[in-house]
Design a protein around this ligand. Structure first.
Ligand SMILES: *Cc1c(COP(=O)(O)O)cnc(C)c1O
Length: 409
């Protein structure tokens, strides 16, 4: 039997069935007209996660939501009342923010390959552009001139360090992201001289780290780098986005991040800021840490079959909605996400079974040889940690399947 990842806290059985948002998942499936698969996002779990963060982080560090983790409209609306700003990574995400009716002045836009039309839409909307290269800076300035609008410009810095132990390294060495640190002072001066509204730096060192010491160390290095680049540029820094990288436990053996250590160390760092950063506003940007554990993916068992003595629970879901859980989104070795038989949530483990999807590929595995109660056709399965990089980061059109329904509950 292979271990399953740890089920996040906050999930309990209601009448033997997995509960989300105070109701058994069968209730939500019935509300969806009996249709599965289904993503359920718990508003309560998002709220309590934000409250934990607010309690742990120093007050002067603002909290931003990285929309790419989950751009579901109702979730964005919920977030609007909880966080201080939004970070987007495409013109499409800008349209999602606009469609949700959220204020655009608190939005910043990072990401390589911004097209002129995206730059223009962002400048018109008053969105801060985190510029990824000198070429992009010049295009943004030219578009601002043409529109007669002062663009709000920040530089995304490619730091000369990375976040140790992070699942996805986004800084250190040659990268498509950000401007190499040594090129930043000259570009900063060019932006300031252009008459654009200078907004400061965005320094993102990595993602999905569970080691609080490593995060604290990267935050310290980020502050040192920001101070050095600001003084070399001889400009003040109105704003500095310190990145994020706070991870969640997905796999067997993963332990939750020590948030109090991260917050405590950041608090100490804020107390001893170098002079040049005394007036700077800071934020961190988080995606999965805010929403990942608040989401569950529910699918129905269509077929229970035994092949060469192994049990396969064949569902109506799969990697087209949960690419990461299938192990095909940036992992080297496939390991099991947390999963369960949602309709037998408190039943003891009775057998070894694999939960697979309905796609005709051996990659389509949601749980490999896990220990489960004996489940039958019609039972619902749950894959946890589905609130981030699930629906929007999976190939929903593969095999003509189409997207899953999503509900904020
Ligand atoms: C992807 C990304 C994030 C969000 O990462 P999480 O691991 O979901 O917190 C934040 N900032 C930038 C620049 C990103 O590219």
């Amino acid at each position: 039997m292979k271990a399953l990842g740890p089920i996040p806290s906050g999930y309990e059985a209601i009448g033997g069935v997995l509960g989300v948002g105070g109701k058994p998942v069968t209730h939500w499936v019935a509300q969806a007209g009996g249709e599965t698969p289904l993503f359920l996002y718990s508003a309560d779990l998002v709220r309590s996660r934000v409250a934990e963060l607010r309690a742990a982080l120093p007050e002067q560090v603002a909290l931003h939501y990285a929309v790419k983790a989950n751009p579901f409209g109702p979730l964005l609306s919920l977030m609007a009342g909880l966080v201080d700003g939004f970070d987007i990574a495409s013109g499409g995400e800008l349209e999602r923010i606009r469609a949700a009716g959220l204020p655009l002045g608190k939005v910043s836009f990072a990401g390589p390959g911004k097209r002129d039309a995206e730059l223009e839409a962002a400048i018109r909307a008053g969105v801060t552009l985190n510029l990824e290269s000198a070429g992009e800076a010049r295009r943004a300035i030219a578009i601002g001139d043409r529109l007669g609008t002062r663009p709000r410009l920040a530089i995304r810095v490619n730091p000369d360090f990375d976040l140790k132990g992070s699942g996805m390294k986004m800084g250190g060495g040659a990268k498509p992201f950000g401007v190499d640190a040594e090129l930043v002072p000259a570009l900063t001066r060019e932006i300031v001289q252009s008459g654009a509204e200078w907004r400061g730096f965005h320094i993102f060192a990595g993602s999905q780290a569970l080691d609080a010491e490593a995060i604290a160390e990267a935050q310290g290095q980020t502050l040192v780098l920001a101070a050095r680049l600001a003084s070399e540029s001889a400009v003040a820094l109105p704003h500095c986005n310190l990145g994020g990288g706070l991870g969640i436990p997905y796999f067997p053996g993963d332990a939750p991040l020590d948030l109090s250590l991260v917050g405590g160390r950041l608090g100490e760092q804020m107390q001893s800021l170098p002079d040049i950063l005394r007036e700077t506003e800071f934020c961190i940007e988080l995606g999965r840490y805010l929403v990942g554990e608040a989401g569950v993916y529910i699918a129905r068992i269509v077929d229970r079959k035994i092949s060469h003595g192994e049990v396969f629970l064949v569902t109506d879901g799969g990697l087209h909605h949960q690419l990461a859980a299938s192990g095909n989104f940036g992992t080297v070795v496939r390991r099991n996400y947390p999963s369960a038989i949602a309709t037998r949530f408190v039943a003891p483990v009775e057998e070894e079974a694999s939960i697979v999807g309905c796609l005709c590929t051996p990659l389509d595995k949601l749980a490999d040889k896990g220990g489960f109660p004996i489940a039958q056709e019609g039972d619902l399965i749950a894959v946890f940690c589905a609130g981030a990089y699930g629906a929007s980061a999976s190939p929903a059109q593969f095999l003509g399947q189409g997207p899953a329904r999503e509900m904020l509950v």
